[in-house]
Design a protein around this ligand. Sequence first.
Ligand code: 3PY
Ligand code: MG
Length: 275
Amino acid sequence: MEQVYAESTGPTTINTVNPSNENKKMKESFREKLRCGKSQIGTIITLPCPETAEILSDAGFDFLFIDTEHAPLSIQDVQHILQTVQHKCPCIVRAPLHNEIWIKRILDTGPDGIVVPLVNSAEEAARAVSFCRYPPEGKRSVGIARAHRYGEKFSEYIDSANSAVAVIVQAEHIDAVRNIDSIVTVKGIDGIFIGPYDLSGSMGMTGKVNTPEVREAVRKVHTTCLNAGIPAGIFGIDSDAGARYIGQKYSFIAAGMDILFLGEKAREIIEKLNK
Ligand code: 3PY
Ligand code: MG
């Protein structure tokens, strides 16, 4: 699924952050691929079930987007999913809101990246980044957890986390569209993920993601990211929606969702057998 869209924007770092990568040949991390302009196709995990994540990582997605914003996943569920699949498939985790406590607890489970929803201004983006980076770059609190191999890799993790964990903020409100020129200048953002659904809601067209107005707002965010050299990502609800973004220089696309795959396939079988 990899396509290279741009030349490298800087030196790549060794990925020591993924706790499952130790003693293995280091693969390029999610963040390194973002920085090199390689496109990645992932999907959204909403079921608190490592087996589902395992099936979807085996299916060939480049990354998994684990969602604690709209799904009943606890921090422990997130950690179990990471323990099961992260060694073979990078995982980024969406926090429920831009909240320091949620962000630090998620980061301590050791994901490859964090997604912060509903970031509508440069100030909010800067605050989100500060929660994700250890001092002096930010104010992430220091604990000992899975991310640090339960203490064994404490120093290695502390030294590498700021440059290895991807920090992605979501542009998914018309205010974020209005403020996108300043949001892209915030230091420490590794990517901007467009949420067409919340965006449509903020424009009074909830769920109508294909209206010209919503498409234009998406285009504005995307173009501004491209011009600023910030990797842009987007959610596509199914393969058709995802396909629309392929070839449009999106760096990461989250296509589909575990529960949708399950329901669609189940209905297809029932329909066929009932005929
Ligand atoms: C949205 O469309 O609002 C999203 O956040 C997609 O994940
Ligand atoms: Mg959203």
